[in-house]
Write a protein that binds this ligand. Structure first.
Ligand SMILES: NC(=O)c1ccc[n+]([C@@H]2O[C@H](COP(=O)([O-])OP(=O)(O)OC[C@H]3O[C@@H](n4cnc5c(N)ncnc54)[C@H](O)[C@@H]3O)[C@@H](O)[C@H]2O)c1
Length: 249
């Protein structure tokens, strides 16, 4: 157990997922109290029970990040329950159908953007509405190297993640003077449920592009804890690439 997040309350979206649950465990191990939010409420309740049994504080909440009113209500209620919120880590995300642009429907595009980009917008807006000038908050958005490099067959995903990176910069600028830092993490590939539909050859091709090999959620939690903690108090608007060397060439 460490103390890098001692005294902080952090909301994690997508907390039932591979990365979200790893982030939650790491933040709890560093002393944070957690609000764990996801569409999958049974899974976040199980995680909250596990974290609670280990001696930390965690509550589970159902949240659809595409619903701005729900997001506002959860941030306000969490801040009231815990006195304030000091961090928000946005890991909720989906991949788009694996197809070239001319095969994609408008709904395919909008669904991906609504979770990955509009969901991040709702998160930042909810924090700004409830906590601006009230207490320092660090927002960490999980983007992707696909927001920095172009991938065929993944236009909605790449566009949504590029949007997250730039939204992070704009929000950082808008709220720097009001106590809210906003940063992003751009992971390379770590195999999870997101890759279930990809053929084995596609995964092998992706792996070959990572000089350090494919990652795991545990390769990313250090970056998230750093950005959520006071160690990064002079860092805002940054997108921290954690990708096993994927973006080097
Ligand atoms: N896995 C990778 O290789 C990789 C690489 C780069 C970036 N990312 C990003 O990391 C994040 C986490 O990915 P993961 O691999 O852990 O995925 P995951 O599928 O394991 O977890 C995603 C979680 O988001 C939740 N979610 C989906 N839609 C939601 C909504 N509307 N409201 C609330 N919760 C919702 C899901 O229920 C799930 O628990 C995503 O943003 C993803 O784009 C993943």
């Amino acid at each position: 157990m460490g103390s890098r997040l001692e005294g902080k309350t952090i909301l994690v979206t997508g907390a039932a997922g591979a990365l979200g649950s790893a982030v939650a465990r790491s933040c709890a191990a560093e002393g944070a109290a957690l609000v764990l939010a996801d569409l999958n409420v049974e899974a976040v309740q199980a995680l909250a029970d596990e974290i609670g049994a280990a001696g930390a504080t965690a509550s589970a909440e159902r949240l659809d990040v595409t619903d701005g009113d729900e997001f506002d209500a959860l941030v306000a209620a969490s801040a009231q329950r815990y006195g304030t919120l000091n961090g928000l880590v946005n890991t909720a995300g989906i991949v788009s159908p694996n197809a070239r642009i001319h095969h994609l429907s408008t709904q395919d595009f909008e669904r991906t953007v609504s979770v990955n980009l509009t969901g991040t917008f709702h998160a930042i807006r909810a924090v700004a509405r409830a906590l601006r000038k009230r207490s320092p908050v660090s927002i960490v958005n999980i983007a992707s190297v696909s927001g920095l490099t172009a991938w065929s067959y993944a236009a909605p995903y790449c566009a949504s993640k590029a949007g997250v990176i730039h939204l992070t910069r704009v929000a950082a600028l808008e709220y720097a003077k009001e106590g809210i830092r906003v940063n992003a993490v751009c992971p390379g590939t770590f195999p999870t449920a997101l890759h279930e539909t990809l053929p084995a050859e596609a995964m092998q091709a992706i792996e070959a592009k990572h000089p350090l090999g494919l990652g795991s959620p545990d390769n990313l939690t250090g970056a998230v804890v750093y950005l959520a903690s006071d160690e990064s108090s002079w860092v805002t608007g940054h997108s921290l690439v954690v990708d096993g060397g994927y973006s080097l060439p």
